[in-house]
Structures are given as structure tokens and as C-alpha cells.
Design a protein around this ligand. Structure first.
Ligand code: ADP
Ligand code: MG
Length: 285
């Protein structure tokens, strides 16, 4: 098992003493693409920061590759190499004077050779679609917001993690930026066989990309299943004030009005095919 969260409760020790996570049990396997959804304040960011030891829970245990990382003796540097975390608005943490140096920062800390570092920077800039020659010497502060975010993601990818965790990576991006990001995540998952954990408010994104969806509410996991299973729980999601993917919502409304369509569809192509088939009265298609 890649990540095991065992009966974890986390209370932030400040004047509010918020219980951000309540007795969470969760197992994540290699090769999964986990989508995490839930309202603001439901505990999503707290949960994922357990995975690389950034947050040590008030009680319970977290294991990564079988190693208990809540144990003080565990080398967290090693864990952070395996579990790469892209924070919300990661571009706020860029600080070096060139794109190259920013991306090279992590690999340098790992003590890699200059040559290996250069190879990695080149490779990950290619992955995030930033031309190496054109961008390597530029200041990250003179780039567009979308480009800055790609630099920040490249910096985490340069550590070659087995698991990539992204906290709301599409927040604030335009449709083109979102598509580019979705393409990158698909590539990392399908071609590079990374395990991915994605927090997002965009149900479309979650439904289309992930293999498993986790819904959080008030520090608890309230739904956990395949996108089909989770988005079939229309009433439960509405009760939690969460949206269905837009396409799925439309299919539900058509069904309510008497068109006998399947509702567990998430992409525009599949949905339009289904609608056309039903309108043509094709029972077998
Ligand atoms: P989400 O990512 O789903 O919005 P969070 O994990 O950020 O949820 O927050 C869960 C709860 O913990 C919220 O009530 C939030 O206010 C609180 N919280 C989050 N981070 C901190 C922090 N650093 N200090 C104190 N309370 C926090
Ligand atoms: Mg958050």
C-alpha cells in the first residue's frame, strides 16, 4: 500500500482549536488517480499535507510505503522525494532569479550532479510545455500567471516523485490553461504511470480524470468510490451543496423530463452520443 491513513484526527492548536480531520481511515494504492472534492474548510488541504509529513496529526498514524511517517525517527526528506506536493497557488513560492534556478532548487537539495540537474530541468520544462532555451534564463516574475504556475509544478516534478499531489492546481486558470493542465495530468498518469492526487472544485475535471473520487465534509470522508458511483449520488451531493459535473447535471434533467438517457456520463462527446441515440429511438445503442 502506498499511503495508509489510520484513524487520524487533526486539531489545529490555535485560539479556534478547529478539528480539521476526524478519525480518517484511508488507503491509496500505487496507480490510482484520486480526485478529492468538498467544500472550503472540509479538510482537503489538511488531509493531503499528511501525505508528506508537512502536518503531523494530533492522533493516529500515516504510513507511506509501509513506513510510519508520524514516527519522529522517520526521515521526512526521503518521504518528500516520493510524495511531491504542489500547493495552492504554488507560484507564490517562486523566489529564484531565473526559471532554471527555481526548478533546479529541489534537485540541488537532493545533492544531484550539475549534469543530472540540467537534464531534469530540461525534461520537466518539456513536460509542462515551456521551451527550455526560451525560458530558462528568464525571471519567473516576468511570466504570465499560467506560466509561473507551470514553473512551480515543474519544480516539484524535477524531484521525480512517485506520487504527485496537487491542491487546486486549476484555480484561476483560463480555459486554455485548464486544458493544458488536464493534458499534463493525463500524460503523467497514463504515460509516466505516476500516482496522482488532485484536489479540485471543478467536478468536470475530477470526473474526467480520476479513477476514484473522495468527497470530504466537515473533516470526514463521506463518499469514496469510482466517479460513476460517486456522481450517481445526486441527492447526497446536492445535500452537501456540491455540484455534479455539468454534463451529468444535464443528463439528470433530461431524464427527469422523460428522456431515457444514462446519467453517468462526464464528457461532452459521450453525452451527445447518448442523447442522439435516445432521440433516434435506438434502444440497443
Ligand atoms: P479545505 O482545504 O477543504 O478548504 P482545510 O484543510 O484548509 O480545508 O481546512 C480545514 C479546517 O481547518 C478549516 O476549518 C480551516 O479553517 C482550518 N485550518 C486550516 N489550516 C489551518 C491553519 N494553518 N491553522 C488553523 N486552522 C486551519
Ligand atoms: Mg484547501
Amino acid at each position: 500500500m502506498l499511503i495508509e491513513v489510520d484513524n487520524v484526527t487533526h486539531i489545529y492548536n490555535d485560539e479556534n482549536n478547529v478539528t480539521a480531520l476526524k478519525k480518517i481511515n484511508l488507503e491509496i494504492d500505487n496507480g490510482e488517480f484520486i480526485g478529492i472534492v468538498g467544500h472550503t474548510g472540509s479538510g482537503k488541504s489538511t488531509l493531503v499535507q499528511l501525505f508528506n509529513g508537512l502536518i503531523i496529526p494530533s492522533s493516529g498514524a500515516v504510513k507511506v510505503n509501509g513506513k510510519n511517517i508520524t514516527d519522529e525517527k522517520t526521515n521526512l526528506k526521503e518521504t518528500r522525494r516520493h510524495v511531491g506536493l504542489v500547493f495552492q497557488y504554488p507560484e507564490h513560492q517562486l523566489f529564484e532569479e531565473t526559471v532554471y534556478k527555481d526548478i533546479a532548487f529541489g534537485p540541488k537539495n537532493l545533492g544531484l550532479s550539475e549534469e543530472e540537474i540540467e537534464t531534469r530541468v530540461n525534461e520537466v520544462m518539456g513536460l509542462v510545455n515551456l521551451d527550455y532555451e526560451e525560458f530558462k534564463d528568464r525571471s519567473p516574475f516576468n511570466l504570465s500567471g499560467g506560466q509561473q504556475r507551470r514553473v512551480a509544478i515543474a519544480g516539484v516534478l524535477a524531484l521525480k516523485p512517485d506520487v504527485l499531489v496537487l491542491d487546486e492546481p486549476s484555480a484561476g486558470l483560463d480555459p486554455q490553461g485548464r486544458k493544458r493542465l488536464a493534458d499534463l495530468l493525463r500524460y503523467l498518469y497514463h504515460e509516466l504511470e505516476m500516482t496522482l492526487i488532485l484536489i479540485s472544485h471543478r467536478m468536470e475535471e475530477i470526473a474526467e480524470l480520476s479513477s476514484r473520487v473522495i468527497v470530504m465534509h466537515n473533516g470526514e470522508i463521506v463518499l469514496d468510490g469510482s466517479p460513476k458511483e460517486v456522481f450517481a449520488r445526486e441527492q447526497k451531493l446536492h445535500q452537501l451543496a456540491l455540484d455534479l459535473p455539468q454534463i451529468t447535471e444535464i443528463m439528470h434533467r433530461l431524464k427527469d423530463r422523460g428522456l431515457k438517457v444514462e446519467t453517468d456520463l462526464f464528457s461532452l462527446e459521450k453525452a451527445s452520443e447518448e442523447i442522439l441515440n435516445r432521440l433516434r429511438g435506438c434502444e440497443k445503442c
